[in-house]
Design a binder for this molecule. Structure first.
Ligand code: KG4
Ligand code: ZN
Length: 351
């Protein structure tokens, strides 16, 4: 496989991810085997506030990070002598959260005399399906180039992934991310925060055609997304006809179907436009059971090889950061100890 090539001295990396409210540490071995991954989400801490509170997130990263680090070493049975480098998410994300991970990684790299590499969080998501973890492994013939749909709470974008570091941005959301469309509507109908997984569960018993929600930009011959109109339509329905919430399952199934229809239609269009026959879906929303089902149905019908990683690799995790770090270190790249976190990323970085 192309991705396995590189400097054979880089065999195992320690990876840290703290870009938002999930603290995660992983050990990843070449060419992409997850030896151990430990993640702690802070959902219960932020739930009473209805969203992520940045100060709370970074304070809790400082509490969680070192115990998780200890756990991955214990679980894998390996020691510092087996580590060839340290990878850390350096952008984009909440600046205070990123700072905790980056400062910790820099300190560990300095103390243990290991090379350091800063990794882009979205690049990590795009590589998650290439990891080997538990029973999951990408098919041996799956490699670059592929179309990547990244759908999370903060991002919704489509990429032509040509090789490590070679990407073309095909489309992105013009307003809300798909995860936000789930979270904000879910919060409105009393599902708390984050609402995606709860809405998914409720939708399983509901009728997908009970309500006709808009599918923004779906028919347009472009690859950008827009979810704010759908969110407003959901809000209007609940405000004008509050009785519809007597059957939340129908409301959730119909609302979810609108998001899924748009995501699958755009992925299909991206595959057709690029002429590629390989695709991945990644990011927290790729945990959605209906999206998985609809996308797999489309892929089977169109003869497309589609990878969607297991749930633990869909949401924010350090293993995906470890894989990108491993590949970049193996080809001789590294960051210096001046590495600084960056909250934002230029669109051109992944284009
Ligand atoms: O990738 P991720 O863990 O963090 C970000 O980088 O944003 O994604 C979190 C998002 C949240 O919006 C959450 O509601 C959504 O993923 N999510 C889901 C499901 N599980 C998580 N959305 C729909 N269905 C799910 N099963
Ligand atoms: Zn993410």
């Amino acid at each position: 496989m192309k991705r396995a090539k590189g400097n054979k001295k880089i065999k195992c990396v320690l990876a840290i991810e703290t870009s938002c409210d999930d603290t995660s540490v992983a050990l990843v071995e070449a060419p992409g085997k997850v030896l151990a991954v430990r993640s702690l989400n802070q959902d219960d801490l932020h739930a009473p506030f209805g969203g992520v509170i940045p100060e709370l997130a970074c304070r809790n990263h400082t509490l969680a990070l070192l115990p998780l680090l200890n756990e991955v070493f214990v679980e894998s049975g390996i020691g510092w002598k087996d580590i060839d480098g340290i990878a850390v998410t350096s952008k984009p994300g909440l600046i205070g959260s990123l700072l905790v991970g980056v400062s910790t990684a820099k300190t560990l790299a300095y103390l243990n005399d290991k090379p350091l590499i800063g990794v882009n969080h979205i690049e990590g998501h795009l590589h998650a399906p290439l990891l080997t973890f538990g029973d999951y492994a990408p098919p041996p013939d799956f490699d670059y180039p592929f179309v990547g749909l990244c759908v999370s709470g903060g991002h919704t974008s489509l990429h032509h992934v040509k090789a490590l570091g070679k990407y073309t941005l095909l489309g992105r959301t013009l307003d809300d991310a798909a995860g936000e469309a789930f979270d904000k509507f879910g919060k409105l109908i009393g599902l708390g925060y984050p609402a995606g997984a709860k809405l998914d569960k409720l939708a399983r018993g509901g009728r997908r055609d009970a309500f006709d929600f808009p599918r923004p930009l779906m028919k347009k011959d472009e690859l950008n997304f827009s979810f704010s109109g759908l969110k407003t339509a959901g809000m209007m329905l609940v405000r004008e006809r509050p009785e519809v919430l007597e059957n939340k399952s129908d409301v959730c199934a119909s609302y979810q179907e609108a998001i899924v229809d748009v995501l699958v239609a755009k992925l299909k269009r991206a595959v057709e436009k690029t002429g590629l026959k390989r695709a991945v879906i990644t990011g927290g929303v790729s945990a959605n059971s209906r999206l998985r089902e609809a996308a797999q149905n489309w892929a089977a019908a169109d003869g497309v090889q589609l990878l969607i990683p297991p749930l633990k690799l869909c949401t924010d995790n350090a293993a995906m950061i470890g894989l990108v770090g491993l590949l970049r270190l193996a080809r001789g790249e590294k960051s210096d100890l001046k590495l600084s976190p960056e909250a934002f990323m230029k669109v051109s970085e992944l284009s």
